[in-house]
Write a protein that binds this ligand. Structure first.
Ligand SMILES: [Zn+2]
Ligand SMILES: [Zn+2]
Length: 113
């Protein structure tokens, strides 16, 4: 199993990864600024762990509504804080395990159709 190079964005598994539009967004300065600002706004801890009284640093900014072909240009989905969640790796993995059970995903995180 290889480590992901940049775990600070919910890059690989939040939905619509294989598309050029999604790649463009995830590598944009806008998204980098947005996720930094969001992380600061919630205090830097995993939001799900915090609800259970655990203090774990958040590592990944996850999109609650996954990015897809219909919403990839919608700022309400992409950068609205209401759609973001700061998670540790474990919580993020658990979130996406639900998805993995429904779809086959290759080593690069692309959904196999
Ligand atoms: Zn967590
Ligand atoms: Zn995610």
């Amino acid at each position: 199993m290889t480590e992901q190079a940049a775990p600070t964005a919910c890059f690989v598994l939040c939905g619509y990864m294989a598309s050029e539009a999604a790649n463009k967004f995830y590598s944009s300065q806008e998204w980098k600024d947005c996720r930094t600002a969001y992380r600061k706004s919630v205090g830097g801890l995993c939001e799900r762990c915090l609800k259970k009284g655990l203090y774990n640093p958040g590592e990944i900014v996850h999109h609650k509504v996954y990015i897809n072909a219909d919403n990839v240009n919608d700022p309400k989905i992409l950068t609205d804080f209401n759609n973001l969640e700061l998670l540790c790796r474990k919580c993020h993995g658990e979130e996406h395990d639900r998805v993995k059970k429904r779809y086959k995903i290759d080593a690069f995180g692309h959904v196999l159709i």
